[in-house]
Write a protein of this length. Structure first.
Length: 123
């Protein structure tokens, strides 16, 4: 068979297999409807009763009660000690110095490389 001859026709089996490969499994309309029904059944409330009406709006609290609750929540806050704050601040400062030294070194090396390439290209 020559390489310049006509392209052989695809057999029926190959065409069918190509069509089935193009479609994702479970993408037929009946499979989609089945999955939708299962999802709806899983999300439905127990006993098959229809969904209840939305809950009534919450009762508003007066300002005094609101500030009592805020104060109670504020008491639950745990603040760091002075020592913990100092140690954390020193660690952050050290990391900033190390990062700046690293990026300065990388910048210097890249600058030297760029100068070498430009001098090589010019000369």
């Amino acid at each position: 068979m020559s390489s310049t001859g006509p392209v052989p026709a695809l057999s029926l089996w190959k065409v069918v297999s190509l069509k089935s490969m193009a479609r994702k499994p479970g993408s037929s309309p009946s499979a989609i409807k089945s999955r939708a029904a299962k999802t709806a059944a899983a999300l439905a409330p127990a006993g098959g009763a229809p969904a209840a009406a939305p809950a009534a709006p919450k009762k508003r609290t007066n300002p005094v009660q609101f500030f009592r609750e805020v104060r109670a929540e504020a008491r639950k806050i745990t603040w760091t000690t002075r020592k913990e704050t100092w140690i954390t601040s020193v660690m952050v400062f050290m990391m900033v110095v190390m990062a700046s030294l690293f990026f300065s070194a990388v910048d210097g090396l890249l600058g030297l490389g760029a100068k070498a390439l430009l001098s090589f290209a010019a000369g």
